[in-house]
Design a binder for this molecule. Structure first.
Ligand SMILES: [Zn+2]
Ligand SMILES: [Zn+2]
Length: 268
């Protein structure tokens, strides 16, 4: 049993042990819970009857890695393997009996793939998902190591599934609809789960709380960035939780009200 989580009859009753559950606030003021384990901590972002979603900033760039699990089927995914999975998330998966079946990449910058080689070794049957337009970035990991001066195991594992806009990745019963959102990098994607009460979207480095991703990197394109932000703002319902690659979780509604890039580009 995981030291932090008490499991009773079913996965739908996962709860944190009192004492290890702290209350905190996400950037936009929502309450959230901190799961801490051996000095490492992560944020429990969603825990409803269908979805168990945990976020953990990892590495020198504090990239948000996500663990998304379907409570109905026990299937789980890692979104952006920025840390070797043999740390927090693999312990979490083991102790909660979720099985990691998908390794999903919003894009291929070094902070988002730092742990991918080790993670793929640990979960060899879990396909790596990436958009084909991101391959030049993915294939140039050695150049990224030199450019950013941080280590990363390479070569990266072969991509198993090239995702396309208009298709979905199914993590158990959780459908993630894909939109291609170039700008920060050529093949960045947004993955959206449409849900009546708790819609959410992994937005990678497209939109942050109060900001947007850099467009001064190799493969970036400021014009595409603006278009992508505009399209995503049109697409996602206002109550969508935005799960970015860095900084706090926010909502579409909040960014439409307070993010000057979103306000200008999406004309809201
Ligand atoms: Zn990036
Ligand atoms: Zn990043």
């Amino acid at each position: 049993m995981h030291p932090l989580i008490i499991r009773s009859a079913s996965r739908t009753t996962l709860r944190c042990r009192v004492g290890n559950l702290k209350r905190g606030r996400l950037g936009h003021g929502r309450d959230y819970s901190v799961l801490s384990h051996n000095g490492q901590s992560a944020s429990l972002v969603l825990d409803n009857e269908d979805v168990f979603l945990v976020m953990r900033p990892v590495g020198v760039f504090q990239m948000n890695e996500y663990f998304l699990a379907c409570k109905k089927t026990g299937e789980a995914a890692l979104v952006d393997s920025g840390e070797s999975s043999s740390t927090y998330f693999s312990a979490l998966a083991k102790d909660t009996s979720y099985s990691i079946k998908h390794l999903i990449q919003t894009h291929a910058h070094i902070d988002h793939v730092t742990g991918l080689v080790a993670t793929k070794e640990e979960y060899p049957d879990a396909p790596v998902y990436l958009h084909r337009d991101e391959l030049p970035v993915y294939d140039q990991i050695e150049q990224q190591v030199r450019m950013f001066g941080v280590p990363c195991d390479a070569p990266l594992p072969p991509v198993d599934v090239f995702v396309k806009e208009g298709t979905s990745i199914n993590v158990g019963n959780i459908d993630l609809d894909i939109m291609l959102t170039p700008g920060h990098s050529p093949g960045s994607i947004v993955l959206f789960h449409d849900h009546a009460e708790n819609p959410f979207a992994f937005v990678g480095d497209l939109i942050f709380e109060g900001s947007v991703g850099r467009t001064d990197l190799p493969g970036s394109n400021p014009v595409d960035m603006q278009k992508s932000v505009e399209r995503v703002c049109d697409w996602l319902p206002s109550n969508s939780l935005l799960l970015p690659g860095h900084m706090g979780v926010t909502t579409m509604d909040r960014e439409k009200k307070t993010n000057m890039y979103v306000r200008e580009w999406a004309a809201v």
